[in-house]
Design a protein around this ligand. Structure first.
Ligand code: GRF
Length: 219
């Protein structure tokens, strides 16, 4: 239990991805556990999900926190007592900066509801639908100083149907997000991820095979 990788999960809203990570953590053989949940917004459902799972929560409001560097400092100060190995952004609606990224050198992950590098930033599902793509999906990537520009760890694809609305496509993508994020965390926590330039390489173990199932054509 104690040698499992400690995760800090940062949220701003409903926390369905947090729930997927909490559910994965409840399995003793999962190589990571959620050590703390941090929200920039008080009273959100994600905080309730954490409390229900018995996980400590902290709220660090962004209003009045000053500039990006000061907010980074406040986030790092709030998380440090929990000694996270990895940070998972899960619907956290703030950008983190260099000061924050330096504090967590093993990795800061994000999940995005599109197949990056297409449709970074806000309203990704709406933008993909309006653009007319026939396939969309979700991406887990390492966070760098840009907006959704960091190296890609894992992706899952879903079809875009003629009858789709933003809500139906979002729901289809979220179902894949809830499978993909725990798998991506597992790969990183087990130290299975190699790197060649921007390319993150998943090795050849069973976890990689599971990821391949979510990535058509790679298995
Ligand atoms: C997810 O769709 C994720 O891709 C995006 O924000 C949403 C968060 O949803 N970054 P939830 O709070 O995990 O339900």
């Amino acid at each position: 239990m104690n040698n499992r990788c400690a995760l800090a999960v940062l949220v701003s809203g409903s926390g369905s991805n947090l729930q997927a990570l909490l559910d994965a953590s409840a399995v003793p053989t999962f190589p990571a556990h959620v050590a703390v949940v941090l929200s920039n917004v008080p009273g959100v459902l994600a905080l309730e999900r954490a409390r229900t799972a018995g996980v400590p929560t902290v709220v660090v409001p962004h209003q009045g926190a000053g500039d990006r560097g000061s907010y980074d400092e406040a986030l790092v100060a709030a998380l440090t007592p929990f000694q996270p190995d990895l940070v998972c952004l899960a619907g956290f609606m703030r950008l983190v900066g260099p000061r924050f990224l330096r504090a967590f050198p093993r990795g800061v992950l994000n999940i995005h509801p599109a197949l990056l590098p297409s449709f970074p930033g806000l309203h990704a599902v709406r933008k993909a639908l309006e653009h007319g793509v026939k396939v969309s999906g979700c991406t887990v990537h390492l966070v760098d100083e840009g907006t959704d520009t960091g190296p890609i760890l894992a992706q899952a694809a879903v079809p875009v149907l003629d009858a789709d609305t933003e809500a139906t496509l979002s729901a289809r993508i979220q179902a894949q997000e809830h499978r993909l994020y725990p798998l991506a965390v597992r790969l990183l926590a087990m130290g299975l991820v190699g790197r060649a330039g921007r390319r993150l390489l998943g090795g050849s173990g069973p976890e990689s095979s599971a990821l391949a199932l979510l990535n058509p054509g790679t298995g």
